[in-house]
Design a protein around this ligand. Structure first.
Ligand code: PLP
Length: 421
């Protein structure tokens, strides 16, 4: 079955009322059938519902669909993308360990790794995304994860997923790919050797800026990967917090199981059933929307590339873009998602464009059905000193667009007027 079929049907057998739409199981807890049933659930003889911090039938449908369309075997839904990223990494590390992160990732992930997790004794070492071989020199016996984005926000760089996966697999290290901007419709990192995929579902998956959410998806075969691997003994040795449970002994995917039983239990960054339901509705149209976002972005990018006031236009779908080759290798049907960036001469010109564009809202989000325009230097990257901003490509004239689902010619007309003011 193809993705557009799976997102409509997977993980839901019509409930006892026969409801076509997946019901919202708006409940905190679940009644057990008997004292013995309750005891079996707590000893994991039975893997049923206990409490919504751990599992919920509405969220379970979302998890089944996300696992399926990413080509994984299990998924864990979380309250936000940041919760997914934190839990995925926290599932692998302890104080004294290090992780290797790409130099081109989301700002919230940078602060999570370089500041918050640093205070927990986890070191983040930075590799150059455009040179995957730069990972190897950073690896040591305490390296527990390699983290990168398939299509990075805000740099719009495409990762060489297979090259990164090969290095991770050679050293038996878990690789984690944040696939938020590409979405499972356009790129499937697991198919290219990645171990764990994480998402902010708040962006394209939600698609209308309606609900925060996140997800962790696990590839098949991680039990075998963990067994005999000295980096991850907490998966193969008794967990004292769970009556001596050994995760790789159970016949279920161990990464998601531990993230649920240990991390959701203790940290509780669980989605609300209502947000899970909202994301299920959104998933139904994700494949249609990603095609339209990508087609629109390509048209707008072509217009901007030919405009005399615009330079350094970045859209991987254009043939002369530095990431076009990787985009063609990893993205389905040559669709490259909806993010574009470009430069104009000065901050003043950039601000004038932001203030003149009528169809583009000034918002620091991406993946909405409505088009968005951002000036990173004075917003998302404001806390970084100007000279450092320029070093990482955030120039005063840089503008980022998240192209929505409007008519492409309307967007082009709007930008044309704004650029000529
Ligand atoms: C937005 C975003 C996140 C964070 O997701 P939230 O749902 O806002 O917590 C993580 N990674 C990427 C690439 C993002 O764009």
């Amino acid at each position: 079955m193809e993705l557009e079929t799976k997102v409509l049907h997977n993980g839901y057998e019509k409930d006892i009322q026969g409801t076509m739409a997946v019901p919202i199981y708006q409940t905190t807890a679940y009644a057990f059938k008997s004292a013995e049933h309750a005891s079996d659930l707590f000893s994991l003889q039975d893997l049923g519902n206990i409490y919504t911090r751990l599992n919920n039938p509405t969220t379970a449908v979302l998890e089944a669909r996300l696992a399926e369309i990413e080509g994984g075997v299990a998924a864990l839904a979380t309250a936000s993308g940041q919760a997914a990223i934190f839990n995925a990494v926290a599932n692998l590390v302890e104080a004294g360990d290090n992780i290797i992160i790409s130099d081109k990732i989301y700002g919230g992930s940078v602060t999570l790794f370089k500041h918050t997790m640093k205070r927990f004794g986890i070191e983040a070492r930075v590799f150059t995304l455009d040179m995957p071989s730069s990972i190897e020199a950073l690896i040591d016996g305490k390296t527990k994860a390699i983290f990168y984005e398939s299509l990075s926000n805000p740099q719009i760089a495409v990762a060489d997923i297979k090259a990164i996966s090969d290095i991770a697999s050679k050293h038996k290290i878990i690789s984690i790919c944040d696939n938020t901007v590409a979405t499972p419709i356009l790129v499937n990192p697991i198919a290219h050797g990645c171990d764990i995929v994480v998402h902010s579902c708040s962006k394209y998956i939600s698609g209308q800026g309606l609900a925060l959410g996140g997800a962790i998806i696990e590839r098949d075969g991680l039990s075998a990967f963990f067994k005999g691997n000295p980096r991850y003994t907490h998966f193969t040795q008794a967990d004292e917090s769970y009556q001596g449970l050994i995760y790789t002994d159970l016949p279920v995917p161990p990464f998601t199981l531990r993230a649920r039983l240990a991390l959701l239990r203790d940290i509780g960054a669980t989605p609300s059933p209502f947000n899970s339901w909202s994301l299920i509705q959104s998933l139904e149209t994700l494949s249609l929307r990603m095609k339209k976002h990508s087609d629109n972005a390509l048209e707008v990018a072509r217009f901007l590339a030919a405009h005399p006031k615009v330079f350094n236009l970045n859209y991987p779908g254009l043939a002369d873009n530095v990431y076009n080759k990787l985009s063609r290798q990893y993205f389905k049907d040559d669709l490259s998602s909806g993010l574009i960036s470009f430069e104009v001469d000065t901050k003043e010109i950039a601000w004038k464009i932001l203030d003149s564009a009528k169809l583009f809202s000034i918002v620091v989000n991406i993946g909405d059905s409505k088009s968005i325009i951002t000036h990173p230097s004075s917003t998302t990257h404001q806390q970084i000193p100007l000279d450092e901003q320029i070093k990482i490509g955030i120039t005063p004239g840089l503008i980022r667009l998240s192209i929505g689902l409007e008519n492409a010619q309307d967007l082009i007309k709007d930008l044309k007027v704004a650029l000529e003011r």
